[in-house]
Design a protein around this ligand. Structure first.
Ligand SMILES: [Zn+2]
Ligand SMILES: [Zn+2]
Length: 243
C-alpha cells in the first residue's frame, strides 16, 4: 500500500529527529535547543540568575554593599552558621526547579550541583560531611527520588566530601512548605527530623544541602537536631534563595 504524503513527511520528520538526537544528544534545559554538549545553550546560560556581589553573611541572599546581614537575619535566630545559595529563585528559574523536583528532571541535578559547588569553592566553607535534607519515606516513594540527595551526591563527588544519607531522618509527613506563611512553616517542620547513627557526626562540621532557601525553617530545624546530637557546627548550601 502506498504511503500518503503526510505519512511520508511524518516518517521523514521522525528520521531527522532520530539523526539529530545522535549528532546532538543534549538539549538546552531551558529552551530545548539541540546541543552538542552540556545542559544550557549559551543564551540561556547567560540568563541564569546566579548570585553575584554582596550577600548576607548569614542566609546568603543578595544585599546592598552598605550592610552585612539582611533585614530578616538581623531579626532572626539560626542554628546554622551560614547558608550560601547559587542562584536567586526568580519566577523563570522556579519553573526549572519545578521540573527538577516534580517532573522527573533528575538530569538537572548535575548542572545544579556544579553551580552550588562553584559557590562553595568561592566561599570556602569547611565541612567533614555533607547531609541532604531528607524527605519523608512516603514522599520519596511518591516522587521517586529526593532532589536534595541528588544534589548532595554530586556536590560530594565534585568537592570530595563524603555524603551521609543514614544520619538525618524525616519522621513526620509534613505538608508542603510552599504557600505557607513564615510562622506556619516553622511549626510545620518542628520535631519533623531526627538523627540516627549519631556517633558519626560527633564533633564534626556538617554541610546541609537543600534545594530552596525561603524562611530557613527547614534548614534551621535540621541544624538544631544535628547540633543536639553532637555536631560541632552546621553550614548549609541551597540551589536558590527566595529572599
Ligand atoms: Zn537555551
Ligand atoms: Zn540574611
Amino acid at each position: 500500500m502506498e504511503t500518503s504524503k503526510t505519512e511520508r513527511l511524518h516518517l521523514l520528520d521522525s528520521l531527522i529527529k532520530n539523526v539529530s538526537s545522535i549528532v546532538f544528544p543534549h538539549h538546552c534545559a531551558y529552551c530545548g535547543r539541540p546541543l552538542e554538549d552540556g545542559y544550557f545553550c549559551e543564551d540561556c546560560y547567560k540568563k541564569l540568575p546566579f548570585i553575584e556581589g554582596n550577600t548576607c553573611s548569614i542566609c546568603g541572599c543578595p544585599i546592598g554593599n552598605e550592610t552585612d546581614t539582611c533585614y530578616e537575619c538581623k531579626n532572626g535566630f539560626y542554628y546554622f552558621n551560614k547558608n550560601i545559595s547559587a542562584c536567586r529563585y526568580t519566577s523563570e528559574f522556579s519553573e526549572l526547579v519545578h521540573r527538577f523536583k516534580y517532573h522527573n528532571g533528575r538530569y538537572l541535578a548535575k548542572p545544579f550541583a556544579e553551580f552550588m559547588a562553584d559557590r562553595l569553592r568561592e566561599e570556602d566553607l569547611p565541612a567533614d560531611y555533607i547531609i541532604p535534607v531528607p524527605l519523608h519515606p512516603r514522599k520519596e516513594e511518591e516522587r521517586g527520588y529526593n532532589q536534595s540527595e541528588l544534589l548532595a551526591k554530586y556536590i560530594g563527588r565534585i568537592l570530595d566530601i563524603p555524603m551521609l544519607d543514614n544520619v538525618l531522618a524525616r519522621d513526620i509527613y509534613t505538608e508542603s512548605q510552599t504557600g505557607l506563611k513564615k510562622e506556619r512553616r516553622k511549626e510545620n517542620v518542628q520535631g519533623a527530623f531526627s538523627v540516627k547513627n549519631r556517633t558519626i557526626i560527633d564533633s564534626k562540621i556538617i554541610l546541609i544541602i537543600d534545594d530552596i532557601f525561603t524562611t530557613g525553617s527547614t534548614i534551621n530545624e535540621c541544624s538544631k537536631v544535628l547540633l543536639d546530637n553532637g555536631a560541632e557546627r552546621v553550614y548549609s548550601a541551597t540551589l536558590a534563595t527566595g529572599r
